[in-house]
Design a protein around this ligand. Structure first.
Ligand code: C5P
Length: 319
């Protein structure tokens, strides 16, 4: 039931779903002059979603509440950052909104939950405040909020180059495929730590020049394993951060070991900087059967789990 039903606010309202992502491919190419890493990724949206309800307020207050007491509702939340950025670009400091977040995507998990919430705030408030900014402009704004936020606006299956903000289409017919996702709820991984650690170990092997980055991007665009992605031609999965994170985080080792044992699992990897890990399945029934098969083992390892299908879009307006 909507939290706004019966509310004293008579304003316009919108509800959006904000999906999680997994990395089918995460390759670290080198270091950029801005200190970030130059990446070549293939990201995929999945049907594990947060929900945001927004109501236009007649004051200039932007407020956030949620069903997750561990989350900050202040300026360090990407939803608030997105709202303030959008409002400042609109040049109307009197715009306000009341936002309610229903959190389902685990936090600090490598699933871009926070980034997707920020993306949903941009898309939702653009509608709620009647700003009419183009999707292209919202994607540009998204890159100011974080490297994964542009992908979360667009969603589906995409190459994410540069810091992660340069999106290109990937041919895919994986819609029927599914994932079994697992995460230890007591563990989260700091993304800056994961990249720092990766750099300490691998910097000597980094590509150095823009020409080299360009060549690698071209190779990926033309790679056979991407032509097109489908159940007959599933992605092999690669995550350069997996080895260094799993060396330090036992929960990732456990998760990968259990997933590798599952009947019907096509391939297995960590997502983003972890600690979430996932196995790919031909369809949702296969993922659900694997979940049933391994439920006891997952529980005794302290892992939470979700079986969910692929999603071919990012943030979506629900009502
Ligand atoms: O952009 P975002 O805020 O998600 O990045 C979090 C951190 O992850 C950055 O501060 C940086 O340490 C690391 N990172 C990186 N290269 C990228 C993306 C993220 O080094 N392309």
């Amino acid at each position: 039931m909507s939290m706004f039903r019966g509310s004293s606010f008579p304003g316009k309202s919108v509800t959006l779903s904000a999906p999680a992502k997994i990395n089918l491919h995460l390759e670290v190419l080198g270091l950029r002059s801005d200190g970030f890493h130059e990446l070549a990724m293939v990201m995929q949206s999945i049907e594990l979603v947060d929900q945001l309800e927004m109501i236009r307020s007649d004051s200039d207050l932007i407020s956030l509440s949620s069903d997750d007491s561990s989350l900050s509702n202040d300026d360090d939340n990407l939803i608030i950052q997105a709202a303030k950025l959008l409002r400042s670009r609109a040049g109307s400091s009197d715009l306000g909104a009341e936002i309610y977040l229903r959190k389902c995507i685990p936090i600090g998990a490598g699933l871009a939950g926070g980034s997707s919430d920020g993306a949903a705030a941009l898309v939702g408030l653009n509608l709620l405040w009647d700003l009419n900014f183009s999707n292209e402009y919202l994607v540009d704004l998204a890159s100011e909020l974080g490297s994964d936020v542009p992908f979360c606006v667009e969603g589906g299956t995409k190459f994410c180059f540069g810091r992660g903000e340069r999106l290109e289409p990937v041919e895919s017919s994986m819609t029927n495929m599914a994932v079994l996702l697992v995460k230890d709820p007591s563990v989260s991984v700091s993304t800056p730590w994961a990249y720092r650690r990766f750099r300490e170990i691998n910097e000597k092997k980094y590509l150095k020049f823009e020409d080299d980055f360009q060549l690698r991007r071209k190779e990926l665009r033309e790679a056979k394993w991407l032509k097109p992605l489908s159940v007959e031609n599933p992605p092999p999965l690669r995550n350069d951060l997996q080895l260094i994170v799993s060396e330090e985080v036992v929960a990732v080792q456990n998760a990968l070991a259990i997933l590798l044992d599952l009947p019907g699992a096509i391939s297995v990897a960590m997502s983003g900087s972890g600690p979430s890990c996932f196995a790919l399945f031909a369809n949702l029934d296969a993922a659900r059967s694997a979940l049933e098969f391994s439920r006891k083992r997952l529980q005794s390892a302290g892992l939470e789990s979700w079986a969910c299908s692929m999603r071919n879009e990012g943030v979506k307006l629900e009502s």
